[in-house]
Design a protein around this ligand. Structure first.
Ligand SMILES: *Cc1c(COP(=O)(O)O)cnc(C)c1O
Length: 711
């Protein structure tokens, strides 16, 4: 899949390759690429927030002219190009991947959100970042994979915070011209547009292309002039609308997604559905099989399921989309495969036989997939109990709900200096010392980032010069810094550490310590917004001011600074509601120590060696108990270890844990490990199952042919 090639109007001939490089998201994880663009115009690079497409549009013509004659620049350009060229030409290292490639297998990965860079705000939180990291590792590992998602013109909302902590949402439009987004070439040169019936009308869907290294990502956009105004806004916002908007989006994603691949000449042999939002993919696949090969519904279902992988991310049945049956009937009636009544179809998304029961996308996905997995060991145990209890018929089939614990893309989330360090698990005092000194720089850089963000946020809200100054006077670059940043969903209990404010205050006043909070609450989540107000109110109280800080507009940029610069990463969800969690992995890879409830990934991590555990491994432990345990661990373990300094002023015991954390978590919780597990536990079995189902069908057909004497 390639974009339509057009010469960049501003670039001299010998700098034209920069255009392609700016449209390949490898710059999000390759320091050498960022250095190349930054060298072109360092000030402008800062000003564009590190956006190479915007940079190439704005860099002065004289500067481009000079660079085109600058041998140093040209040498680094050709070095980067040959580095990527070698990578692109190489065969996959993994034998199973080479086998897939030679068989022509291709995986299409469907997700409602993708977090690749903060500049492309088509993600809301962990689910999207996980999908983005999946594509990046697939690119690094040379897995034949293509991503499919939606292009939200107005992205996910931007957050500002009024005093104290009142969330205000805005949805500015994305400027496509300034982003690495192109249009894909179609085999016959037709426009990259497919048609999907959504309710009463046919909707035209434009396919956009984002190149994630070697992996293409298709983003579908209904904002075309020829569409009805109500249809143009289907893909306007991520998680912005009501249920009706959601089901309309999911039809575009699932049904439109498969058609988009078809138009581009790509028939994926394996379809991976990342959470239930894309479950309609299964429907379209069955329709294709029935229409093109004349299969019965039962055969089409078996064939489609053989090549379908489903990943569940929630441990609660209501955690994923559920639609009223009338709504589903209204939108899906036209898509029900031949051989199935609408009632029979509805039952595919319902747990019981009750026709009034809400239609669950997760249940549909489980019934239409041949391979299902949860995202941590604990989550898999919980999911098996939950889903196989609700859907006992699945227990008899081959859908096992395996565990594939999430991972994160190391090159994206680890500070380049730390990423370049050879960190071994054996104690090595020199490595520890070096890690600590880099970490101290990162903490101080984080303090600068927070101050700048608070100042510009205050200025944007029309604050006085004095208020802006005060907003930027918070934090201490030498203090023990605790970070808590993630979506403000209530089960994550952002405010738990305020359970006993007196005790917290005693700690904050006796030790050099501070806590940073950041996160968005879903616009319709009032209790989540209340958590922001509670924390915002503490941050403004004189006794907490400067030590408790609530940062606005959490995004991947702020996340990178936080997971690299904090000392401790706090995580206190209601076990077992955090299916995996990934921000703690990002922190750990940078040598940040996790302080966490035994939920999700942390429950299976080497937590004794790499961090601190809050409370016992109890499901639904009361807030009171978890908070008490949190305070105890802080007072008796975290603070003493951090402030126990040797003669050089360094905390030796702490540093030992940092090294363990960066080395072990970096290896065990990387998305490379995760993607290879998907390969071995899902993609290869799916490819094999697909072939055996096909062969079974062929044998059956042969047995039935009249010319066959056995028939
Ligand atoms: C990693 C990440 C998350 C996920 O955080 P959890 O602690 O796993 O919930 C959310 N938002 C952003 C911007 C991230 O980078």
């Amino acid at each position: 899949m390639r974009s339509i090639p057009l010469p960049h109007p501003r670039l001299p001939e010998n700098l034209q390759p920069l255009d392609l490089l700016s449209r390949d998201l490898r710059w999000t994880w390759r320091p050498s690429l960022r250095a190349l663009f930054s060298a072109l115009d360092p000030a402008l690079w800062e000003k564009t927030n590190g956006n190479p497409v915007a940079l190439l549009q704005a860099v002065p013509a004289e500067r481009l002219e000079a660079a085109s004659r600058d041998s140093v620049f040209l040498t680094s350009l050709s070095a980067v190009r040959s580095e990527l060229g070698i990578e692109d030409a190489a065969e996959p290292a993994h034998p199973a991947m080479r086998a897939m490639k030679s068989r022509g297998d291709r995986i299409a990965y469907f997700s409602a959100e993708f977090g690749l860079t903060e500049l492309l705000p088509v993600y809301a939180g962990g689910l999207g970042v996980l999908a983005g990291d999946h594509l990046k590792s697939a690119s690094d590992l040379r897995l034949p994979l293509v991503g499919v998602g939606l292009f939200y013109r107005h992205g996910y909302f931007r957050q500002s915070l009024s005093r104290p902590g009142g969330q205000k949402e805005s949805n500015p439009a994305i400027d496509i011209a300034e982003l690495p987004i192109s249009l894909p070439q179609t085999p016959k040169g037709a426009p990259p547009i497919v048609t999907v019936a959504v309710g009463e009308r046919d909707v035209r869907v434009l396919i956009r292309l984002v190149q994630v290294g070697r992996v293409p990502l298709l983003l579908l956009d209904t904002d075309l002039e020829e569409n009805h105004p109500d249809d143009r806004t289907i893909t306007a916002q991520l998680y912005g609308g009501d249920h009706e908007t959601r089901i309309r989006q999911e039809i575009v994603l699932g049904i439109g997604g498969l058609r988009a691949l078809d138009l581009l000449g790509c028939r994926p042999t394996i379809r991976h559905i990342n959470e239930g939002h894309a479950a309609f993919v299964g429907l379209e696949k069955m329709r294709q099989l029935i229409a093109e090969e004349g299969l019965t519904f039962a055969d089409a279902k078996e064939r489609a399921a053989a090549g379908t992988v489903f990943t569940t991310h929630t441990p609660v049945p209501a955690g994923i989309d559920r639609f009223a049956p009338e709504l589903v009937a209204r939108y899906i009636a036209g898509y029900v495969p031949e051989g199935l009544s609408l009632d029979e179809f509805m039952k595919l998304g319902q747990e019981s036989g009750d026709p009034h029961e809400a239609f669950s996308m997760a249940v549909l996905a489980l019934r239409l997939c041949g391979h299902a997995n949860a995202v941590s060991q604990l989550h898999a145990r919980v999911s098996r109990r939950l889903w196989l209890g609700l859907l006992p018929e699945l227990a008899d089939e081959d859908v096992k709900i395996r565990a594939i614990t999430n991972g994160v893309h190391r090159p994206t989330w680890t500070d380049p200096e730390i990423a370049a360090m050879p960190l071994l698990e054996e104690p090595d005092p020199a490595a520890g010392t070096r890690l600590w000194s880099v970490h101290e720089v990162l903490r101080s850089r984080l303090v600068d980032v927070c101050r700048a963000r608070l100042r510009s946020h205050a200025a944007a809200q029309g604050a006085s010069a004095e208020e802006i100054e005060r907003a930027g006077s918070v934090l201490d670059p030498g203090a023990l810094t605790i970070g808590f940043a993630r979506r403000f969903a209530t089960y994550k209990r952002a405010n738990l550490i305020f359970r006993d404010p007196e005790r917290l205050l005693r700690m904050l006043s006796s030790a050099r310590m501070q806590i940073l909070f950041a996160g968005k609450a879903h616009p319709q989540d009032e209790p989540g917004k209340e958590l922001l107000r509670i924390i915002g109110a503490y941050a403004h109280q004189p006794e907490f001011f400067g030590k408790i800080v609530l940062l606005p507009d959490y995004d991947m940029r702020l996340a990178r600074a936080l997971v690299a610069g904090c000392d401790v990463w706090l995580n206190n969800p209601v076990r077992p509601h955090e299916a995996s969690g990934t921000s703690g992995m990002k922190a750990a890879m940078n040598g940040v120590l996790n302080l966490s409830v035994l939920d999700g990934w942390w429950d299976e991590a080497p937590y004794e060696e790499t961090g601190f555990v809050i409370g016992p491994a109890t499901d639904y432990a009361p807030d009171e108990e978890v908070a008490a345990s949190l305070y105890d661990v802080l007072e008796t373990k975290v603070l003493p270890l951090f402030f126990q300094r040797d003669e050089s002023g360094r905390p030796a015991g702490w540093i030992e844990k940092m090294v363990q954390s960066a080395a072990r978590i970096g290896r065990e919780f990387s998305s490379d490990r995760m993607v290879l597990q998907y390969l071995e536990l899902c993609y290869v079995p799916a490819a094999e199952r697909r072939i055996s189902v096909l062969e079974g069908a062929r044998r059956a057909a042969y047995a039935l042919t009249p010319s066959n004497p056995r028939g």
